[in-house]
Design a protein around this ligand. Sequence first.
Ligand code: B12
Ligand code: SF4
Length: 257
Amino acid sequence: MHVTMIFPGIALPGFDSFGKKPTIDANFIDHGLASLSAAAKAAGHTVDLIDLRTLRDWTHFRDEIRRRTTKVWAFTSWSLHYPDVVRAIRILKEEREDAVVVLGGVHATIKTAQVMANRLIDHIITQEGEISFVKLLDMFAAGKQADRLIVGEGPVLDEIPWVDRDLFDMSGELATPMVPGMPTPFVTTNAGRGCPFKCNFCQPAERAVFGNRVKMRSQENVIGELRYLKDRFKFNSWMAHDDLFFINHRWSREFCV
Ligand code: B12
Ligand code: SF4
């Protein structure tokens, strides 16, 4: 089954910002979609991407839809992206009435009732997506009916593939370190998910998606990915996107030795 993923991240940087604005929001890859893409490809599906940050405007988005024959379209959305996602889905359904729209991510998880009320969205997967999204694609491929609302099953992190670095154009992230002045090439990774704390800064979003416990990849798994990234991209600086990379002292000590 082929799926086209949509990264809607234009809310802050705008259209035509990728590779042109020197900001992280214009250039970073999205680990959520890249992880789903890796899981889908590992299960034999094919994936391509429309990154709105690379397009000129909504007309350009319409053109990108017209030149594809895709049936299944997968959108991610943080809350600030949701208005653009709604607009993109409307354009998609104007062009392709039979398109199957799957929405997941933080906003679908914390505002499920709101996204359920949008009848243009065919399937909503809350929480973590890798296992349930692949099951949904398998069902589509087998011609089976699936529920509209699916609660995502949380994967064991070492059992899912590393994020797909071929989904996004990596050139933006490689050239845009988190802190200006850090040496390039630059890359980002995630070693774990979840948080046991309740700071207003980021709850309830964090716990709603990943639960109340922290789960970490093994140190070997993370170091294996860093070696792969070093070989492939020769990176000179790196950012762990983790909320709490150092929460487990034993894990951190073992990672460092
Ligand atoms: C890295 C990061 C950034 C990077 C952005 C990278 C990028 N691509 O643009 C930077 C530093 C630039 C950034 C900026 C901001 N961020 Co930020 N960021 C994060 C952080 C720490 C990690 C994201 C990540 O990689 N997660 C790991 C992946 C694997 O998880 P995921 O994306 O949620 O995906 C999983 C599920 O959600 C689901 N899923 C996701 N999409 C889909 C799609 C489908 C079809 C399916 C089935 C499933 C699915 O499956 C995935 C795999 O399990 C998160 C917190 C967190 N721990 O997630 C905050 C977070 C996403 N950021 C947040 C916010 C608010 C912002 C800012 C608005 C902050 C600000 N005021 O400026 C800006 C917005 C920038 C923008 N993009 O326009 C909030 C969003 C809250 C919300 N309600 O949407 C979060 C959740 C932090 C928080 N708890 O408050 N951020
Ligand atoms: S991720 Fe950080 S800011 Fe958010 S609740 Fe946990 S400790 Fe607090």
